[in-house]
Design a protein around this ligand. Structure first.
Ligand SMILES: Cc1cc2nc3c(=O)[nH]c(=O)nc-3n(C[C@H](O)[C@H](O)[C@H](O)COP(=O)(O)O)c2cc1C
Length: 223
């Protein structure tokens, strides 16, 4: 086995570099790197300059392996990292029951991999899992996860559920932990107290690494 046989790219879109979403992602990546041969990199995208996809279709005509998109901005190196990883972990805070705007912008820019001249279906058969952190448990967690999973499906990536963990669309965690009287705790990093979500994140990423390895080592062409 080569030294690294599964490279993970984790991307989170919270404006808080040490906030709940960053914590959940880090927790997940740390679990994965306990497995031999796994490398992981984490990128925080909030505050970066990531323009909207202009739908100019330049990627269909002019794309090269070095220039993936007509727009050169902070998304450019991230798009290359996405192309080159084996396992992509997208982590977003829940904003109005869906993924954050920054994450949506970055995902839109990955269109250069659906129709790109060089990178046509470049993400096909990579594995993708989603993490989401909301303030409450039932205020948009699953719709956020589904909006992230939709991106994986468009790219013909493999998405996973983990039934024993109850993580069917990925892992949703709660940041707004409450006291017995329903008042909120002072702790702004409540995700640390969501033990179930942290466990689910560990289970799901382990399964994702195993799946990425099976897919990579498959000698049969995948449909
Ligand atoms: C614009 C905005 C919209 C939000 N919408 C929701 C929501 O629909 N449901 C929810 O549970 N939390 C919502 N929240 C709260 C965040 O999801 C929550 O605070 C989460 O912990 C943020 O993660 P972070 O600490 O990594 O930034 C919203 C926060 C913001 C700023």
């Amino acid at each position: 086995m080569s030294e690294t046989d599964c490279s993970i790219l984790g991307i989170h879109s919270s404006p808080f570099k040490n906030g709940n979403t960053a914590y959940l992602l880090q927790h997940s990546l740390e679990e994965a790197t306990k497995m031999k041969g796994v490398s992981a990199e984490s990128v925080a995208i909030a505050g970066l300059s990531i323009a909207d996809c202009r739908h100019c279709n330049w990627c269909m005509r002019g794309q090269t392996s070095d220039t993936l998109c007509s727009i050169e901005d902070d998304a450019s190196p991230i798009l290359k990292k996405i192309r080159d990883c084996d396992l992509l972990v997208l982590a977003s805070p829940v904003y109005f029951s869906r993924l954050s705007g920054t994450m949506a912008c970055l995902i839109d820019r990955t269109r250069c991999f659906t129709f790109g001249k060089e990178g046509h279906l470049a993400l096909k058969d990579k594995v993708g899992i989603a993490l989401a952190v909301g303030w409450c448990r039932n205020t948009g967690m699953e719709t956020t996860l589904a909006s992230l999973y939709g991106a994986f499906l468009v790219h013909e990536m493999w998405t996973l559920s983990c039934h024993p963990a109850g993580a069917l669309y990925g892992v949703g965690a709660v940041a707004g932990q409450r006291n017995e009287d329903l008042s909120y705790k002072e702790n702004k990093l409540g995700v640390k107290e969501d033990r179930e979500a942290l466990r689910n994140a560990r289970l799901l990423i382990r399964k994702a690494v195993q799946t990425a390895r099976v897919i990579k080592s498959s000698s049969a062409p995948l449909p």
